[in-house]
Design a protein around this ligand. Structure first.
Ligand code: NCD
Length: 353
């Protein structure tokens, strides 16, 4: 394989902002990178998410008092279904309310050319927390910095939670992904987690790989399967190795599918390609049909952050994969709401559920 290419630089968001570590206390903290987390922070969050799952199943009405009176602002500068809906559902199930530009962000003052620092602060004037998805790497760091300045003026601390920063990170997706892995398996000690597809542009795999390094399961292997052009960034591979996570990089799925305990399939991120011809050349390199999935172990957990396009075959292929008990992506989606409920409860209310 050729050497890994580097990610695009941070563009306008070049200033560095160091978000505070969670350090056991989520209350009023921005959430912009998985670097803020330690293993005990994850355990605290996942315990709350498990309790919420149980309480939701029993129809516990008390849940709707947890964030009562709180307001969540949604600023999505990129397309979203799951992240948007799950944050909205999470907030409403906790009794809080959500606000967003009535006709979509493109008809907000962004349309008039307003800059991100001002749009974010406008939302911060009205909401307690802001969910931000933006096409540029580092946008949520930039927002955190300006919200800190706003907080000094308002005498309260509106926070930002990243819902995906371009090709950078998607921290809450990684939280729900790791929660799902731990929920689906007795343990990940000694497991092989295989990530497949666009590992260069995929922010979900960047955050998940880093979070697996934070979690530090003994004997864990992270296998990265991609075309040579779409390799996992070298700094993330380096981080995994520094944290004693074994890594394998290959462009041949057959090398690892048979030993994979978790398979994390991903979409080739068409919107990130400057050259559409390059996308077309690479896009169909990895397609998970039921025939290909037959090579995976019987107890394997199949995940996908979704949305999916052709990388899981045609409709018939997808229907067959969906019916396979190893396909965990619908449970993964529901976990997204539960983990985001736990996160909002902790960040907004310091509620230890
Ligand atoms: C992902 C994203 O937006 O990064 N979707 C999601 O949040 N579940 C993955 C993708 O778009 O491929």
């Amino acid at each position: 394989m050729p050497p890994a290419t580097t990610l695009p630089d941070r563009g306008v968001f070049t200033e560095t902002y160091l978000p505070p570590p969670i350090g056991g206390d989520y209350h009023q903290k921005h959430v912009v990178t998985v670097d803020q987390f330690t293993r005990p922070d994850l355990e605290l969050l996942f315990r709350a998410a498990r309790t919420l799952k149980r309480r939701m199943r029993t129809g516990d009405r008390g849940l709707s008092h947890i964030a009562a009176g709180r307001v969540l602002g949604l600023l999505f500068f990129e397309a979203s279904t799951r992240t948007d809906l799950s944050f909205q559902a999470a907030m409403r199930r906790l009794g809080g309310v959500t606000i967003g530009a009535s006709n979509g962000i493109e008809f907000s003052s962004v349309h008039k050319g307003e800059n991100l620092a001002d749009t974010v602060r406008a939302a911060g004037c009205y909401a307690d927390a802001i969910i931000l998805r933006h096409p540029q790497v580092g946008a949520s760091f930039f927002a955190a910095r300006y919200l800190d300045l706003l907080g000094e003026q308002l005498g309260r601390r509106p926070v930002v939670i990243s819902a995906g920063d371009g090709t950078g990170e998607h921290p809450t997706q990684a939280l729900l992904d790791l929660f799902t892995i731990l929920d689906e398996r007795p343990s990940i000690d000694g497991a092989t987690v295989t990530m497949v597809g666009d590992l260069k542009h995929g922010r979900t795999v960047h955050s998940l790989a880093k979070l697996l390094a934070v979690h530090q399961a003994p004997g864990l292997t992270v296998a990265c399967v991609s075309p040579g052009e779409l390799r996992m960034p070298a700094d993330i591979i380096g981080l995994l190795r520094d944290r004693n996570v074994r890594t394998v990089e290959t462009d041949t799925l057959e090398n690892v599918i048979g030993v994979s305990d978790v398979i994390y399939w991903t979409r080739v991120q068409q919107e990130r390609f400057a050259d559409i011809g390059e996308y077309r050349r690479i896009a169909r390199r990895f397609v998970l049909t039921p025939g290909v999935f037959a090579g995976a172990p019987p107890a394997c957990v199949l995940m996908h952050p979704l949305p999916r396009k052709h990388e899981m075959g045609d409709r018939h292929d997808r229907d067959r994969l969906d019916a396979d008990p190893r396909a965990a992506y619908f449970r993964q989606m529901q976990n997204g709401m539960l983990v985001r409920m736990a996160l909002l409860a902790l960040v907004l209310q310091n509620a230890h559920i």
